[in-house]
Structures are given as C-alpha cells and as structure tokens.
Design a protein around this ligand. Structure first.
Ligand code: PDD
Length: 287
C-alpha cells in the first residue's frame, strides 16, 4: 500500500494497464539507478487536456536531448494522454508521463539494446484556492546549484528537491533561484517580475525549464496590453520588484506577496497579476 495515493487507480506501464499499487519496475531501471530519464506533466480541466501539444512537443524535445528513441509518434502520445484521462474518469487532473532509458546492467554508457520504460499516471488536481490567489505565496531567494541543462525536463531532480526542502525549512511556499546573481526559476515553476508596469521574464535558455505557461503568459500579457520583456533579471531588481508571480501546470499563476520576509510591492496581489489571472481563467473556461 502506497500512502496518500489511490492505489486502485490504473496506470500505464510499458503497454500494460495495471493498478498503481501493483505497478513494478526493475531495480536496474536506469531511471532508478542513474536518474536517466525525462518526464512531463499535462494538466486537464473537466477531462480536457490543456495545451497538450506544447507539453508533447516538450516531451519529444527532452527525449531527443538525451537520445532516447521510444518509437512513439505524436499521435501515439496524444492517444495515450486522452485515453488515460478517459480511463481515470477524473475531471480536473494531472497526467504524468515518464520515460527512462530502460533496464540494463549497471554501466554509465548508454546500453545497446535497452527498451525505454514508459510510465503514465493520472492524479486528481484541485485548482489553487481563493486564499492562494488573493493573499499570495511567500518565497526566499537561494543560489541555483543545479546542472546546466535545466531546459531538459529530466527526472534527475535532486537540485529541485533540495531547493523545495529549503523553502519548507524556511517556512515559505517556494524559492527563487539565482545563478551568478540573476534570476532563473522556482523549485518547480517559472518566475515573473513586474517593474514599472513591465512584465519581465528570464531568458528561455539552458538555465531554466521553459514552462508551457511561458508562451501562454506572453500571449495573455499582449492581450492585456502589458509590456513584456525577456531579459536577465538581477537579484536587486527582484528585491525591489512591484510584483512577483509564478506559473506551473499545478500552480497555474499565483502571486508571490512576501519575499525574503518583506512584502512585495504593497504586499498584496497586484494589477498585472490580476490581469493575467483573469486571462488564464478565461482560457480555461473556454476549453
Ligand atoms: N514542473 N520550471 C521547472 C523547474 C518545473 O519543474 C516546471 C513544472 C516549470 C513550469 O512548467 P509548466 O508551466 O510547463 O508546468 C518550470 C512540473 C509541474 C512538475 O515538476 O510537477
């Protein structure tokens, strides 16, 4: 029995549909041995996947980046996601897909004949509540100690795990990570900064995972006439920001109203957040 999950839910593992509580992989799976794999998380609302093509394109990019060939086509991935949502019977949910290089004798080099392990599960999702949307979240700044291929959605998440634990131990909701004095991202989300009415975004490069919400926020900013600028953002600019916010599949878009134990701006959710949040809700309602 795995605590805190629905052990009876059905997961996909290498072509089979099995109970989550019964799903097993080998101890020699390279995901377990080396963290040699990638994943993606596709949100769905009322059973309808949200921005699925973007998520599947990123999944394919991650696979290509680390040289895993599953033989799965885009149609196959799409069918897997929609089928898993339908089987789950869930409305609002998260579809988690993970692919590893497969099972092989322990050797760092890529194995010759391993079959990639493909796993997919669907979990219920509760949208962020009114308190989080209105009062906002708290965060602290920390150095970014992760590797230099953060654009790959790798299951090797130790840096992100340690970052999130620092937030827990500091009694805040998340961290803002800084590499060489410039903002990268949160422990598992992208970060946005508002200064003088301009929405600033860290560059899309190898130092961050470009969220599927990144492009969406750019679209929503344009629709709301909020100037949008992609550039390196210094620690000092974050310290004195008018607004801070984060985005991810699971957090949607949420304001950060306390940073390093001080209020951000007026210490409440700001006008740029309100405009983007309204746009986000509208896109979901129209699904
Ligand atoms: N995390 N940056 C990192 C490091 C992330 O792990 C995530 C998502 C994002 C935002 O990406 P998106 O907008 O596509 O969700 C940015 C997922 C939700 C997770 O690990 O569960």
């Amino acid at each position: 029995m795995i605590p805190d999950v629905d052990n009876d839910s059905i997961v996909y593992l290498n072509g089979q549909y099995v109970r989550l509580g019964d799903a097993k992989i080998s101890v020699l799976d390279r995901g377990f041995i080396f963290g040699d794999g990638i994943y993606d998380v596709v949100p769905a609302y009322q059973g309808k996947p949200f921005r699925m093509e973007g998520h599947l394109a990123r999944l394919e990019r991650s696979l290509t980046a680390i040289g895993i060939d599953t033989g799965m086509t885009r149609d196959n991935w799409r069918a897997l996601v929609t089928d898993m949502i339908a089987r789950s019977g869930l409305g609002d949910c998260m579809v988690y897909i993970q692919v590893t290089r497969g099972v092989a004798r322990r050797d760092h080099a890529f194995p010759e004949n391993a079959q990639p392990t493909i796993f997919c599960m669907v979990s219920p999702f509760t949208r962020p509540d009114a308190t989080k949307r209105e009062k906002g979240l708290s965060a602290v700044g920390i150095p970014d100690i992760r590797w230099l291929r953060c654009e790959v959605k790798s299951v090797s998440l130790l840096g992100n795990v340690l970052a999130k634990q620092q937030a827990v131990e500091a009694g805040v909701d998340d961290v803002l990570q800084f590499r060489d004095g410039f903002l990268s991202e949160g422990s598992s989300c992208n970060i946005w900064v508002v200064r003088n009415g301009v929405l600033l975004a860290p560059p899309r490069n190898n130092l961050i995972l470009e969220g599927i919400r990144y492009g969406l926020i750019e679209e929503l900013a344009a629709a709301a006439n909020v100037p949008f600028e992609v550039r390196a953002i210094s620690e000092a600019e974050v310290d004195t920001a008018d607004e801070l916010m984060l985005t991810s599949a699971t957090k949607e878009i949420l304001p950060i109203t306390r940073y390093n134990a001080r209020p951000v701006g007026k210490g409440v959710a700001g006008p740029v957040y309100a405009a983007l949040r309204a746009g986000y809700d509208k896109v979901i309602a129209a699904l």
